[in-house]
Ligand binder design. Structure first.
Ligand SMILES: N[C@@H](CCC(=O)N[C@@H](CS)C(=O)NCC(=O)O)C(=O)O
Length: 202
């Protein structure tokens, strides 16, 4: 299989970490794609131009971290991408939606500041900064949920990838005044799946 990624995509990072959690990193070639560039050769691989994108062993390509994660977990008989049944499942879905909202907003902010300074939309950046501040305050509480403190799940992996955006976005200071979140992050960063896929490992 071949996984197309970019160095800075948090969604691609999530799937790279998943490969390690599933111990299939040696079965998947990780290839850097050139996104957001006119006439990129990557568009012949994935016409949408987005990453992550997984080309399966049968040559079929699939897009989106949610689907790719489901596919890989099914392949490995892992329940990492599955929500539990009953109340716990609804609670984890609630947390997961909040987490996706955090990650999606940060990605918009990150994309905007990657543009030339005179083409950046200040109102959009301010909107995403404010969303990030509100959601960081919320996560300072939600992180104490047993579902976030217990065995690894996809929501924990997604949150970790969202918080790591601090390395690309100097204005994203989620640590100050958030000791619960900071302690959680420090613990998670010791996981081999995260340390082996950290910034600079591609
Ligand atoms: N919902 C998608 C989001 C993927 C996404 O937005 N990828 C960005 C990089 S972070 C991308 O490929 N951007 C290139 C483009 O928009 O052309 C997922 O979960 O995989």
């Amino acid at each position: 299989m071949e996984l197309f990624v970019t160095k800075n995509s948090p969604y691609a990072r999530l799937i790279r970490a998943l490969l390690h959690e599933l111990c299939i990193n040696d079965r998947v070639i990780v290839t850097l794609a050139k996104t957001r560039a006119e006439n990129s050769p990557y568009y012949a691989v994935n016409p949408s131009g987005r990453v992550p994108y997984l080309v399966r062993d049968d040559g079929i390509g699939i897009e989106d971290s949610d689907l790719i994660g489901k596919f890989l977990c099914a392949l490995c008989d892992s329940d990492l991408w599955t929500f539990p049944d009953g109340d716990e499942g609804w609670e984890l879905r609630r947390l997961h939606s909040l987490c996706r909202s955090y990650l999606d907003g940060l990605s918009v902010w990150l994309r905007e500041v990657a543009r030339p300074v005179d083409a950046q939309y200040a109102t959009l950046i301010a909107h995403e900064q404010a969303r990030a501040r509100r959601l960081t305050m919320l996560w300072e509480q939600e992180i104490m949920s047993p579902l976030m403190q217990g065995p690894l799940n996809r929501t924990q992996m997604t949150l970790f990838c969202a918080l790591e955006i601090e390395q690309l976005l100097p204005g994203f200071d989620w640590r100050t005044g958030h000791p619960n979140l900071s302690a959680w992050y420090e613990r998670q960063s010791l996981r081999p799946s995260f340390s082996k896929t950290a910034k600079g490992t591609l």
